[in-house]
Design a protein around this ligand. Sequence first.
Ligand code: CA
Length: 231
Amino acid sequence: MTPTILVVEDEPDLRALVVHNVEASGMASLSCSTGSEALALAARHKPDLILLDLMLPDLLGGEVCRRLRADPVLAQTPIIMLTARTAEVDRVQGFEAGADDYISKPFSTRELILRVRAVLRRRQQAVAPETTRLTAGGIEIDAARHQVHIDGAEVKLTALEFRLLSTLLERRGRVQTRQMLLEDVWGVSPDLHTRTVDTHVKRLREHLGPAGDAIETVRGVGYCFRAPQEG
Ligand code: CA
């Protein structure tokens, strides 16, 4: 099925350029210039992915992102934030608002389309029926349903925390460097400051409670899931 991409950008030339490239790549597009239109279009059309400008005339992109994540129907929609602001704090805030990826302006349209494809592919893999249950250290991941249980109780995680936990569990016993995690979980090249990984691991541990102790910090390197595999 042709994926539909919602392009939210208030700068008309840039919006037209992104829409043109999305369509030239064989995908369908919807577009608008404000955050409130974005929320309305997303609710009506349920796009496969949203390209979301950070600085919009009405709402900030981060706020649009948070509202989408709070909507049970749209919570899982992949979001790539577009921004002219390159400060580290903006990038981290983008991820904390629940964005799947982040791209700084000016960007090449080729890179943008590659990122869109990568996020769509990851999302498809996440919902593929062959990916099933993974259990270790009292934590059970149901990849098909995007659910995590600890001792039978469901733990609510963001899409990003879910991918982070799945990646650590799949590779349990093996040390994952922050750079590896940035590439495989965030899908970005490791130019993004590695502290982003630390922030999200900290939050993931908080969500997991005592079970989160299985995620061990390997000083100066990264993280490792150490719990023994269970039957
Ligand atoms: Ca803007």
